[in-house]
Design a protein. Structure first.
Length: 258
């Protein structure tokens, strides 16, 4: 119906992503309507909104796992291997029989191949990543024995190894301890200082206000997008809540074209 999810036309601007009249959904019923906008390279962007606002859907589309109903995403010449994605903890099977070391080493797959061996250099990088998130000594622990904070640290270590220019984080601070939140926020700022683009779906408004200069407020469509202080105005938050509460799951498929 719509155009392909990935538009790889070379873009010489300083943007990491462009959304061109992007509409996303399931069974042709939109979850995000007609999103239009640009994300400059090096942006630290919070994506907020009520439950059911389409935030995680947007990240999945950027990753290429969900095709648009209409419109497209322009990756501005960026290759898929330069995008890293952190899913919600609830989406991870903690019963899978794998160690912390093996989980973190998955961040090297694009360099070593799925069945390739790990060079001494890559093994050193895995160890360094584990140590940098405070999990030294946990290398052989099964992931099912980790606390929520420890698991999130391991997943951030995997992101470190991916060395991506665009990083997508889906609710990275849900149900983890304050010390881990502080440590991971410091890592996000480090990535941002390196010039990487970070998009994070968040619920904690204090974290958004303190650490994310730019915010996109979604409620199945864009309510506001810009400087965080301007986006988090009470009238925008009220409108977002009203939009999601009024959503009709049995409404006809959206056919609007902008």
């Amino acid at each position: 119906m719509g155009s392909n999810a990935m538009n790889t036309t070379l873009d010489t601007t300083l943007n990491a992503l462009k959304f061109n009249n992007l509409t996303l959904g399931y069974d042709r019923h939109p979850a995000v309507h007609h999103l239009q906008g640009e994300i400059p390279k090096g942006t630290l962007l919070a994506i907020i909104g009520p439950n059911g606002a389409g935030k995680s859907t947007l990240l999945k589309s950027i990753m290429g796992t969900l095709s648009p109903l209409s419109g497209d995403i322009n990756y501005c010449g960026q290759k898929q291997k330069n995008i890293a994605y952190l899913p919600q903890l609830a989406d991870i099977d903690l019963k899978f029989p794998i160690s912390v070391y093996d989980l973190v080493s998955m961040g090297c797959w694009r360099k070593s191949g799925l069945f390739g061996g790990l060079s001494t250099l890559l093994k050193d990088k895995i160890t360094d990543a584990i140590n940098s998130v405070g999990l030294n000594g946990f290398e052989n622990r099964p992931i099912g024995t980790l606390s929520g904070g420890q698991m999130q640290r391991a997943l951030f270590a995997r992101l470190l190894l991916q060395d991506a220019s665009l990083i997508l984080l889906d609710e990275p601070f849900t149900a983890i301890d304050t010390k881990t939140v502080d440590d991971l926020i410091n890592l996000i700022h480090h990535w941002n200082h390196e010039g990487r683009t970070v998009l994070a779906v968040l619920h904690d408004m204090a974290i958004v206000e303190q650490h994310f200069p730019q915010t996109l407020l979604l409620a199945r469509e864009m309510i506001a997008w810009g400087k965080t202080h301007d986006t988090l105005q009470p009238h925008n938050l009220l409108r977002a809540r009203q939009m999601v509460e009024a959503f009709d799951r049995h409404a006809q498929v959206c056919e609007q074209v902008i």
